[in-house]
Design a protein around this ligand. Structure first.
Ligand code: AMP
Ligand code: MG
Length: 472
């Protein structure tokens, strides 16, 4: 073995009620399709040869020091409490502590059945694995907290979805896989000792300065505020903001039917399973508050003075909409190239967004071109932009370098949904060219890359992706 992963596991040292020890289920013919050497280096992982890495990241060989387990959690799915979820198709191999001092989980997703699989097969197909690989790495390059992709492997096996499809495994890296739902399960069961143990673990791992359960709640809330404001800033729609997909570390986690918006509209939904639009673009801040209310409800169970705890938790959660609004305003002010805060900024932003919605203006390209005449090309009625631009110019006079701020804040490249779909379709016939090209272009999303201008265009009529399927 030349592949060396310096495991340093902590979750496996918690009592057995938190997980089930579970080895990944071997697959027939693993083939490595991607390996993230930069991330490996940060984690202190010494790469091995291609065969060896295919075996390990497919789960056929458990590397030395790994202590594989499936984590237990519960969660609200579309508002309904499911008392038992857990890793149904993933195992945590273990953790590493990188040269940067950060502890990270290494998980195999699509690694076979576990005690929490319910009716599922424990597997993933190639499409969602490639989507998560590209979109999570793009998110990281955009400067947004996210789980990351260390490797992807084709299994050489077929998984049955709406049709037989090639199976794949994603080696996923996260600051941890603690979710709101991890707390919910022990609170709902009334297991106070376990809840307290988990709270202490989360504080030590993520927020060592936080004091007690309410300190943790505050810290998670602040991390979620920052995250959601950043999602809004890049037009990202998570699609399944269930409490089991809401991370304690404040990272974007569980890329399912997610997408970046093309034409701006606040009610945009892509997920085929979100028929009521619960997780629509503009609902995301409210849903994040709702999720934090669930965390608060769980955390207070362990507080001896329940009345005081309810009061404090209520204050923490009730402050969140204002914090979100403030973070959103800061985010969009910068998107407009504005660094100072002036009265009327919120109205200037709202005015632009309204004009964009009325004109089906492309979210990414409009902001990227802002302040320049080209911006008008994004509008059905270019005069709508001209009127707004005149107002903006008045406001931007007090700014030193608004156009530089605009270019630094608004990406030129996002993983557009139709390109992600094209990438998946190509990979299904063995063509990984677009997969590699997207990875390379999206690694520097704020740079102009004239050779890749085609990746900046919104879909033409034939390319529009109407719905993104959970398709796990
Ligand atoms: P997700 O939609 O990825 O957030 O998953 C929700 C729950 O369903 C989690 O408990 C997953 O582990 C489980 N799950 C999703 N897909 C599968 C599958 N193919 N086999 C077993 N469990 C699954
Ligand atoms: Mg999930």
């Amino acid at each position: 073995m030349t592949l060396m992963i310096p495991f340093d596991n902590s979750y496996a040292l918690l009592p057995g009620v938190f997980y089930s020890k579970q080895a990944p289920v071997p697959v027939r013919a693993p083939r490595l399709i991607a390996f993230n050497a930069d991330l490996a280096a940060v984690m202190g992982i010494a790469p091995g040869d291609v065969q060896e890495m295919a075996q390990v990241f497919a789960g056929n060989e458990v590397p030395e020091g790994a202590d594989p387990l499936a984590q237990l959690y519960a969660g609200h799915q579309f508002g309904h409490y499911n008392p038992k979820l857990g890793d149904g198709r993933a195992v945590l191999l273990g953790e590493t502590v990188g040269a940067d001092g950060l502890r990270r989980d290494l998980q195999l997703k699509g690694s076979g059945r576990t005690p929490y699989s319910r009716q599922g097969d424990g597997r993933a197909w190639l499409g969602p694995v490639l989507r998560e690989y590209v979109v999570s790495e793009a998110m990281h390059a955009l400067g947004i907290a996210t789980t990351r992709a260390l490797a992807a492997v084709e299994t050489g096996e077929t998984v049955l979805r709406e049709a037989p499809l090639p199976g794949a495994v994603l080696a996923r890296v996260a600051s941890s896989h603690l979710r709101v739902g991890t707390f919910q399960i022990f609170a709902a069961r009334g297991e106070m000792g376990n809840l307290k143990r988990l709270t202490d673990y989360a504080i030590a791992r993520h927020y060592p300065h936080a004091k007690g359960p309410m300190g943790l709640l505050r810290a998670v809330r602040d991390a979620q505020v920052k995250l959601i404001a950043q999602w809004m800033g890049v037009g990202f729609i998570h699609g399944v903001m269930n409490t089991d997909n809401s991370s304690i570390s404040g990272e974007t986690i569980d890329y399912g039917p997610c997408a970046f918006m093309d034409g701006y509209h606040p009610n945009t939904v892509y997920s085929s399973i979100d028929r009521m639009g619960r997780y629509a673009y503009s609902n995301q801040p409210d849903i994040a508050v709702w999720n934090m209310a669930q965390l608060a409800t769980s955390l207070i169970q362990q507080m001896p003075d329940r009345e005081a705890a309810v009061e404090e938790a209520t204050e923490v959660v009730h402050a969140m909409p204002d914090l979100l609004q403030k973070a959103w305003l800061e985010q969009f002010r910068r998107k407009l190239g504005l660094t100072g805060a002036h009265d009327g900024d919120a109205e200037l932003i709202a005015d632009l967004l309204q004009r964009m919605a009325q004109n089906q203006a492309d979210f990414t390209n409009t902001f990227r071109a802002l302040g320049r005449p080209e911006g008008r090309d994004q509008f059905i009625d270019p005069a709508a932009y001209d009127v707004w631009l005149a107002k903006w110019q008045g406001r931007a006079e007090s700014e030193a370098n608004p156009l530089v701020v605009i270019t630094d804040t608004n990406p030129a490249f996002i993983p557009r949904n139709h390109r992600v779909e094209q990438m998946i379709q190509a990979a299904l016939v063995g063509d990984y060219v677009l997969f590699r090209r997207l990875q390379s272009v999206l690694a520097t999303p704020f740079a102009d890359q004239p050779d890749h201008a085609d990746l900046q265009s919104p879909p033409d009529e034939s390319e529009v992706v109407q719905a993104t399927f959970c398709g796990t």
